[in-house]
Design a protein around this ligand. Structure first.
Ligand SMILES: NC(=O)N[C@@H](CC(=O)O)C(=O)O
Ligand SMILES: [Zn+2]
Ligand SMILES: [Zn+2]
Length: 345
Protein backbone atom coordinates (compact mmCIF):
# COMPACT_ATOMS: atom_id res chain seq x y z
CA UNK A 1 0.00 0.00 0.00
CA UNK A 2 1.27 3.46 -0.89
CA UNK A 3 0.20 6.99 -0.08
CA UNK A 4 1.50 10.26 -1.56
CA UNK A 5 0.78 13.35 0.50
CA UNK A 6 1.89 16.98 0.79
CA UNK A 7 5.00 17.22 2.91
CA UNK A 8 4.04 17.45 6.60
CA UNK A 9 5.19 20.02 9.17
CA UNK A 10 5.77 19.47 12.87
CA UNK A 11 3.94 22.15 14.89
CA UNK A 12 5.60 21.24 18.24
CA UNK A 13 9.23 20.17 18.32
CA UNK A 14 12.16 20.28 20.74
CA UNK A 15 15.49 20.55 18.92
CA UNK A 16 17.63 21.39 22.01
CA UNK A 17 21.08 22.93 21.46
CA UNK A 18 24.76 21.91 21.36
CA UNK A 19 25.56 18.27 20.59
CA UNK A 20 21.99 17.14 21.03
CA UNK A 21 20.80 19.60 18.37
CA UNK A 22 23.28 18.15 15.88
CA UNK A 23 22.07 14.64 16.68
CA UNK A 24 18.33 15.25 16.33
CA UNK A 25 17.80 18.05 13.79
CA UNK A 26 18.55 15.83 10.75
CA UNK A 27 15.85 13.35 11.85
CA UNK A 28 13.13 16.02 11.75
CA UNK A 29 14.53 17.55 8.56
CA UNK A 30 14.39 14.15 6.84
CA UNK A 31 10.58 14.11 6.94
CA UNK A 32 9.17 17.52 7.80
CA UNK A 33 9.16 20.74 5.78
CA UNK A 34 8.95 23.09 8.77
CA UNK A 35 8.71 22.87 12.51
CA UNK A 36 7.62 25.13 15.33
CA UNK A 37 10.69 24.97 17.55
CA UNK A 38 10.15 25.10 21.30
CA UNK A 39 12.08 27.74 23.27
CA UNK A 40 12.65 25.82 26.54
CA UNK A 41 16.44 25.84 26.43
CA UNK A 42 18.60 26.77 29.39
CA UNK A 43 18.56 29.74 29.42
CA UNK A 44 15.21 29.97 27.62
CA UNK A 45 14.67 31.89 24.37
CA UNK A 46 12.91 34.98 25.70
CA UNK A 47 13.91 37.58 23.10
CA UNK A 48 13.72 37.90 19.35
CA UNK A 49 17.50 38.38 19.27
CA UNK A 50 17.99 35.01 21.01
CA UNK A 51 15.50 33.37 18.63
CA UNK A 52 17.39 34.72 15.62
CA UNK A 53 20.68 33.32 16.89
CA UNK A 54 19.12 29.96 17.89
CA UNK A 55 17.69 29.73 14.37
CA UNK A 56 21.18 30.21 12.94
CA UNK A 57 22.52 27.32 15.07
CA UNK A 58 19.70 25.10 13.86
CA UNK A 59 20.36 25.90 10.21
CA UNK A 60 24.06 25.06 10.76
CA UNK A 61 23.13 21.69 12.24
CA UNK A 62 21.18 20.64 9.12
CA UNK A 63 22.56 18.53 6.29
CA UNK A 64 23.69 20.37 3.15
CA UNK A 65 20.97 21.22 0.60
CA UNK A 66 18.25 20.73 3.17
CA UNK A 67 15.20 22.97 2.87
CA UNK A 68 13.84 22.41 6.41
CA UNK A 69 12.61 25.67 7.94
CA UNK A 70 12.70 26.20 11.71
CA UNK A 71 9.83 28.46 12.81
CA UNK A 72 10.94 30.09 16.04
CA UNK A 73 9.01 30.79 19.25
CA UNK A 74 9.53 32.97 22.32
CA UNK A 75 9.29 31.73 25.90
CA UNK A 76 6.76 33.86 27.79
CA UNK A 77 7.88 35.20 31.17
CA UNK A 78 6.27 37.44 33.79
CA UNK A 79 8.57 40.26 32.69
CA UNK A 80 8.15 40.13 28.89
CA UNK A 81 7.07 43.49 27.43
CA UNK A 82 4.59 44.10 24.57
CA UNK A 83 7.46 45.73 22.64
CA UNK A 84 9.06 42.26 22.33
CA UNK A 85 6.00 41.03 20.45
CA UNK A 86 6.35 43.86 17.96
CA UNK A 87 10.02 42.98 17.46
CA UNK A 88 9.12 39.31 17.10
CA UNK A 89 6.50 40.00 14.44
CA UNK A 90 8.84 42.34 12.52
CA UNK A 91 11.68 39.81 12.55
CA UNK A 92 9.77 37.44 10.27
CA UNK A 93 11.36 34.44 12.03
CA UNK A 94 9.23 34.23 15.20
CA UNK A 95 5.83 32.59 14.68
CA UNK A 96 4.42 32.08 18.17
CA UNK A 97 4.90 32.61 21.90
CA UNK A 98 4.92 29.69 24.32
CA UNK A 99 3.31 29.67 27.74
CA UNK A 100 4.91 27.35 30.28
CA UNK A 101 3.26 27.68 33.67
CA UNK A 102 6.29 27.89 36.01
CA UNK A 103 7.20 24.38 37.16
CA UNK A 104 4.85 22.51 34.79
CA UNK A 105 7.44 20.65 32.71
CA UNK A 106 11.07 20.36 31.53
CA UNK A 107 12.89 23.73 31.78
CA UNK A 108 9.79 25.64 32.81
CA UNK A 109 11.31 27.17 35.96
CA UNK A 110 11.46 30.60 34.29
CA UNK A 111 7.86 30.31 33.06
CA UNK A 112 4.81 32.31 33.99
CA UNK A 113 3.69 32.52 37.63
CA UNK A 114 0.62 34.74 37.12
CA UNK A 115 -0.78 34.93 33.58
CA UNK A 116 -3.61 37.38 34.21
CA UNK A 117 -1.67 39.44 36.75
CA UNK A 118 1.54 39.82 34.76
CA UNK A 119 1.04 39.02 31.07
CA UNK A 120 -2.16 40.74 29.89
CA UNK A 121 -0.44 43.61 28.02
CA UNK A 122 1.71 41.09 26.12
CA UNK A 123 -1.30 38.89 25.35
CA UNK A 124 -3.24 41.91 24.09
CA UNK A 125 -0.37 42.83 21.78
CA UNK A 126 -0.26 39.21 20.54
CA UNK A 127 -3.97 39.37 19.72
CA UNK A 128 -3.36 42.60 17.79
CA UNK A 129 -0.42 41.10 15.89
CA UNK A 130 -2.19 37.78 15.28
CA UNK A 131 0.67 36.01 17.08
CA UNK A 132 -0.49 32.61 18.37
CA UNK A 133 -0.13 31.66 22.04
CA UNK A 134 0.97 28.05 22.44
CA UNK A 135 0.20 26.55 25.82
CA UNK A 136 1.50 23.75 27.95
CA UNK A 137 -1.95 23.34 29.45
CA UNK A 138 -1.48 22.03 32.97
CA UNK A 139 -1.93 23.68 36.35
CA UNK A 140 1.05 23.32 38.66
CA UNK A 141 -0.80 23.19 42.00
CA UNK A 142 0.61 20.15 43.78
CA UNK A 143 -2.78 19.58 45.38
CA UNK A 144 -4.30 18.84 41.99
CA UNK A 145 -3.92 15.19 40.95
CA UNK A 146 -1.37 14.89 38.14
CA UNK A 147 -3.98 13.20 35.89
CA UNK A 148 -6.42 16.10 36.38
CA UNK A 149 -4.08 18.99 35.69
CA UNK A 150 -5.06 19.52 32.05
CA UNK A 151 -8.77 19.65 32.86
CA UNK A 152 -8.12 22.07 35.73
CA UNK A 153 -6.06 24.28 33.40
CA UNK A 154 -8.90 24.47 30.88
CA UNK A 155 -11.33 25.54 33.60
CA UNK A 156 -9.13 28.00 35.48
CA UNK A 157 -6.94 29.49 32.72
CA UNK A 158 -8.06 28.72 29.16
CA UNK A 159 -11.76 29.44 29.47
CA UNK A 160 -11.22 32.80 31.20
CA UNK A 161 -8.43 33.62 28.72
CA UNK A 162 -10.46 33.08 25.56
CA UNK A 163 -13.38 34.95 27.07
CA UNK A 164 -11.18 37.91 27.86
CA UNK A 165 -9.27 37.88 24.53
CA UNK A 166 -11.55 36.24 21.96
CA UNK A 167 -9.28 37.41 19.12
CA UNK A 168 -6.16 35.67 20.47
CA UNK A 169 -5.10 32.57 18.54
CA UNK A 170 -4.46 29.76 21.02
CA UNK A 171 -2.97 26.33 20.41
CA UNK A 172 -3.37 23.80 23.19
CA UNK A 173 -0.23 21.75 22.79
CA UNK A 174 0.01 17.96 23.19
CA UNK A 175 -3.60 17.40 24.30
CA UNK A 176 -4.22 14.32 26.42
CA UNK A 177 -7.87 14.33 27.50
CA UNK A 178 -11.46 14.17 26.26
CA UNK A 179 -11.90 17.46 28.14
CA UNK A 180 -9.33 19.15 25.88
CA UNK A 181 -10.97 17.69 22.76
CA UNK A 182 -14.32 19.06 23.90
CA UNK A 183 -12.90 22.50 24.69
CA UNK A 184 -11.20 22.78 21.29
CA UNK A 185 -14.20 21.47 19.35
CA UNK A 186 -16.82 23.51 21.12
CA UNK A 187 -15.16 26.92 21.32
CA UNK A 188 -16.00 29.08 18.32
CA UNK A 189 -12.94 31.33 18.33
CA UNK A 190 -9.44 30.66 16.93
CA UNK A 191 -8.46 27.72 19.14
CA UNK A 192 -6.67 24.58 17.93
CA UNK A 193 -4.63 21.70 19.32
CA UNK A 194 -1.55 19.69 18.47
CA UNK A 195 -1.55 15.96 19.03
CA UNK A 196 1.47 13.70 19.67
CA UNK A 197 1.90 10.12 18.50
CA UNK A 198 2.18 8.84 22.07
CA UNK A 199 -1.14 10.32 23.17
CA UNK A 200 -2.80 8.67 20.14
CA UNK A 201 -1.22 5.25 20.63
CA UNK A 202 -0.57 4.73 24.33
CA UNK A 203 -2.56 4.96 27.52
CA UNK A 204 -1.25 5.18 31.07
CA UNK A 205 -0.85 1.40 31.35
CA UNK A 206 2.18 1.81 29.07
CA UNK A 207 4.00 3.57 31.90
CA UNK A 208 3.96 0.45 34.04
CA UNK A 209 3.76 -2.51 31.65
CA UNK A 210 6.28 -5.14 32.85
CA UNK A 211 7.94 -2.55 35.14
CA UNK A 212 8.48 1.19 35.07
CA UNK A 213 8.91 2.44 31.48
CA UNK A 214 10.82 5.73 31.55
CA UNK A 215 10.81 6.08 27.76
CA UNK A 216 7.00 6.35 27.81
CA UNK A 217 7.12 9.16 30.36
CA UNK A 218 6.26 12.62 29.12
CA UNK A 219 4.20 15.58 30.28
CA UNK A 220 1.29 15.88 30.24
CA UNK A 221 1.47 12.27 31.40
CA UNK A 222 -0.38 9.57 29.43
CA UNK A 223 -4.03 9.25 30.44
CA UNK A 224 -6.58 6.44 30.63
CA UNK A 225 -7.86 4.60 27.53
CA UNK A 226 -11.13 6.54 27.21
CA UNK A 227 -9.15 9.75 26.77
CA UNK A 228 -6.91 8.17 24.13
CA UNK A 229 -10.00 7.07 22.20
CA UNK A 230 -11.48 10.56 22.35
CA UNK A 231 -8.30 12.03 20.87
CA UNK A 232 -8.17 9.43 18.09
CA UNK A 233 -11.81 10.20 17.20
CA UNK A 234 -11.08 13.92 17.14
CA UNK A 235 -8.07 13.76 14.80
CA UNK A 236 -9.61 11.18 12.47
CA UNK A 237 -12.92 13.08 12.26
CA UNK A 238 -11.45 15.51 9.74
CA UNK A 239 -11.81 18.54 12.04
CA UNK A 240 -9.47 21.34 10.97
CA UNK A 241 -8.70 22.26 14.56
CA UNK A 242 -6.31 19.37 15.22
CA UNK A 243 -2.88 19.08 13.70
CA UNK A 244 0.42 17.27 13.92
CA UNK A 245 2.80 18.23 16.72
CA UNK A 246 5.14 15.44 17.74
CA UNK A 247 6.45 17.04 20.95
CA UNK A 248 9.55 15.01 20.10
CA UNK A 249 11.61 15.76 23.23
CA UNK A 250 15.02 14.08 23.31
CA UNK A 251 16.88 13.52 26.56
CA UNK A 252 20.05 11.50 26.67
CA UNK A 253 19.58 7.96 27.95
CA UNK A 254 21.23 8.62 31.33
CA UNK A 255 18.73 11.39 32.07
CA UNK A 256 15.76 9.11 31.32
CA UNK A 257 17.01 5.92 33.01
CA UNK A 258 17.83 7.20 36.50
CA UNK A 259 16.23 7.78 39.89
CA UNK A 260 14.54 11.02 38.82
CA UNK A 261 14.05 10.69 35.07
CA UNK A 262 13.20 13.58 32.75
CA UNK A 263 9.84 13.91 31.03
CA UNK A 264 9.97 13.74 27.24
CA UNK A 265 9.63 11.12 24.50
CA UNK A 266 11.86 11.11 21.43
CA UNK A 267 9.64 10.40 18.42
CA UNK A 268 10.97 12.47 15.49
CA UNK A 269 12.34 9.54 13.43
CA UNK A 270 9.18 7.42 13.76
CA UNK A 271 6.39 9.95 14.18
CA UNK A 272 4.99 9.88 10.64
CA UNK A 273 4.95 6.11 10.66
CA UNK A 274 2.97 6.20 13.91
CA UNK A 275 0.44 8.78 12.73
CA UNK A 276 -0.16 6.69 9.59
CA UNK A 277 -0.76 3.64 11.80
CA UNK A 278 -3.36 5.52 13.87
CA UNK A 279 -5.26 6.77 10.82
CA UNK A 280 -5.09 3.38 9.12
CA UNK A 281 -6.42 1.58 12.20
CA UNK A 282 -9.27 4.07 12.41
CA UNK A 283 -10.10 3.51 8.71
CA UNK A 284 -9.35 7.18 8.07
CA UNK A 285 -6.23 7.26 5.88
CA UNK A 286 -8.08 9.74 3.65
CA UNK A 287 -7.97 12.25 6.54
CA UNK A 288 -4.23 11.85 7.26
CA UNK A 289 -2.97 14.54 4.89
CA UNK A 290 -5.16 17.32 6.32
CA UNK A 291 -3.89 16.49 9.82
CA UNK A 292 -0.21 16.25 8.86
CA UNK A 293 0.02 18.93 6.18
CA UNK A 294 -2.98 21.30 5.87
CA UNK A 295 -4.57 22.15 9.21
CA UNK A 296 -1.36 23.47 10.80
CA UNK A 297 -0.32 25.97 8.10
CA UNK A 298 -3.97 27.00 7.61
CA UNK A 299 -4.30 27.87 11.31
CA UNK A 300 -0.99 29.76 11.38
CA UNK A 301 -1.87 31.57 8.15
CA UNK A 302 1.13 30.12 6.30
CA UNK A 303 1.22 28.50 2.85
CA UNK A 304 0.96 24.73 2.62
CA UNK A 305 4.12 22.92 1.50
CA UNK A 306 4.50 22.33 -2.24
CA UNK A 307 6.64 19.18 -2.08
CA UNK A 308 5.24 15.69 -1.58
CA UNK A 309 6.29 12.62 0.36
CA UNK A 310 5.36 9.01 -0.22
CA UNK A 311 4.46 6.64 2.59
CA UNK A 312 4.68 2.95 1.86
CA UNK A 313 3.83 -0.13 3.89
CA UNK A 314 7.09 -1.98 4.30
CA UNK A 315 8.12 -3.28 7.74
CA UNK A 316 11.18 -1.78 9.45
CA UNK A 317 12.69 -1.98 12.91
CA UNK A 318 13.08 1.15 15.05
CA UNK A 319 16.75 1.50 16.14
CA UNK A 320 17.47 0.65 19.80
CA UNK A 321 19.16 4.03 20.19
CA UNK A 322 20.78 6.92 18.34
CA UNK A 323 24.34 7.45 19.59
CA UNK A 324 25.96 10.89 19.61
CA UNK A 325 29.26 12.26 20.95
CA UNK A 326 28.55 12.04 24.68
CA UNK A 327 25.61 9.70 24.98
CA UNK A 328 22.69 8.15 23.18
CA UNK A 329 19.00 8.84 22.70
CA UNK A 330 16.47 6.05 22.99
CA UNK A 331 13.50 6.62 20.68
CA UNK A 332 9.89 5.75 21.37
CA UNK A 333 9.16 2.13 20.35
CA UNK A 334 12.90 1.27 20.30
CA UNK A 335 13.46 -2.16 18.77
CA UNK A 336 9.81 -2.52 17.70
CA UNK A 337 8.69 -3.25 14.15
CA UNK A 338 6.63 -0.57 12.40
CA UNK A 339 4.79 -0.89 9.09
CA UNK A 340 4.86 2.51 7.40
CA UNK A 341 7.99 4.06 5.92
CA UNK A 342 8.45 7.55 4.50
CA UNK A 343 10.17 8.34 1.20
CA UNK A 344 10.77 11.80 -0.22
CA UNK A 345 9.23 12.09 -3.68
N1 LIG B 1 6.76 16.87 26.84
C1 LIG B 1 7.69 16.61 27.73
O1 LIG B 1 7.52 15.69 28.52
N2 LIG B 1 8.85 17.29 27.78
C2 LIG B 1 9.22 18.46 27.02
C3 LIG B 1 8.55 19.71 27.52
C4 LIG B 1 7.09 19.80 27.19
O2 LIG B 1 6.71 19.79 26.02
O3 LIG B 1 6.26 19.89 28.11
C5 LIG B 1 10.75 18.61 27.07
O4 LIG B 1 11.25 19.70 26.74
O5 LIG B 1 11.44 17.64 27.41
ZN1 LIG C 1 4.66 20.81 27.21
ZN1 LIG D 1 7.00 19.90 24.17
Amino acid sequence: MELTITQPDDWHLHLRDGELLGAVAPHSAAHFGRAIVMPNLRPPITTTAAAVSYRESILKALPAKCSFQPLMTLYLTDSMQPEEIKLARKSGVVFAVKLYPAGATTNSQDGVTDLFGKCLPVLEEMARQSMPLLVHGEVTDSNVDVFDREKAFIETVLQPLVQRLPQLKVVMEHITTADAVKFVESYEGPVAATVTPQHLLLNRNSLFQGGLQPHNYCLPVLKRETHRQAIVSAVTSGSKRFFLGTDSAPHERRRKECSCGCAGIYSAPIALSLYAKVFEEAGALDKLEAFTSFNGPDFYGLPRNKSKITMRKSPWVVPESFPFSFGEIVPMFAGKTLQWQTFMS
